[in-house]
Design a protein around this ligand. Structure first.
Ligand code: MG
Length: 247
């Protein structure tokens, strides 16, 4: 693990021109990082597409994961109907998708996710949420499952961004929330578009393969390190918190 981390830190330094210093902020994506919600999201997207007469494959939503709901719906409309979705169509379809998702029940917390956030807090660093989601049922649950980890002023959701992932804006806003420089920030995401967003923001980027993506897919998307579980991620976080503070 140490060799893998050292290699990742070298990669980061090469691609950004700066060495990572002891991070002050860890930015967590929500779906597929904190909650094992992706199977449910894929099911709900497929079901709502069927209702709207849109052809889709449930697995395609693992690939487009990270986009905002509005952006996903726009893509689906253009593909199926050859035109963008109107604001009211997108709002209605997204509300329906959220209902279908909620009806599936609460997704489990991902093993290792609590340990990861607790490690950050114990070291006096800050957790920030950076999600493309606007799913109220999951956002409301954060306080219950991760008490005091994601303060209201430390959340970036679908409602806070003009350009969603893979644009770097969501992770840049995440750093701005705590006034952190990119070389003192870490982004943690499970989706190629989310990893790309974090990587382009200049933050050290951890890709965690919690879904059916092939090995290496998150490195290809720009991750500095690719891990297979949030338990591994918690261990890497504790190592990063031992880095030099810099000058
Ligand atoms: Mg995700």
């Amino acid at each position: 693990m140490t060799t893998k981390l050292n290699k990742a830190l070298d990669n980061y330094c090469r691609r950004t021109g700066r060495a990572l210093e002891r991070p002050v902020v860890f930015m967590f994506d929500m779906d597929g990082i904190l909650f094992d919600s992706m199977p449910g999201h894929c099911k709900a997207w497929k079901a709502v597409c069927d209702q709207y007469g849109i052809d889709s494959d449930p697995d395609e939503f693992y690939i487009t994961e990270g986009r905002t709901g509005a952006s996903t719906i726009d893509m689906l409309y253009r593909r199926q109907f050859g035109r963008p979705a109107s604001d009211s169509e997108a709002k209605e379809m997204y509300a329906r998708k959220c209902e279908l998702f909620k009806a599936l029940g609460e997704p489990p917390v991902i093993p290792g996710a609590k340990q990861a956030t607790e490690t950050v807090l114990a070291a006096g660093a800050v957790c920030v949420l950076v999600t493309g989601s606007g799913q109220k049922s999951n956002l409301d649950r954060l306080d219950r499952e991760f008490p005091a980890a994601f303060l209201p002023q430390h959340r970036v959701t679908a409602y806070d961004v003009t350009h969603g992932k893979p644009d770097p804006e969501p992770y840049i806003i995440g750093m701005e929330k705590v006034g952190a420089e990119p070389w003192r920030a870490v982004g943690i995401d499970n989706a190629p578009l989310g990893v790309e967003s974090s990587s382009r923001s200049g933050a050290f980027t951890i890709g965690v393969r919690t879904g059916p993506l092939p090995a290496g897919a998150l490195l290809d998307a720009g991750a500095d390190i690719e891990l297979n579980s949030m338990t591994e991620c918690a261990e890497i976080i504790s190592r990063l918190l031992l880095l030099d503070r810099g000058v």
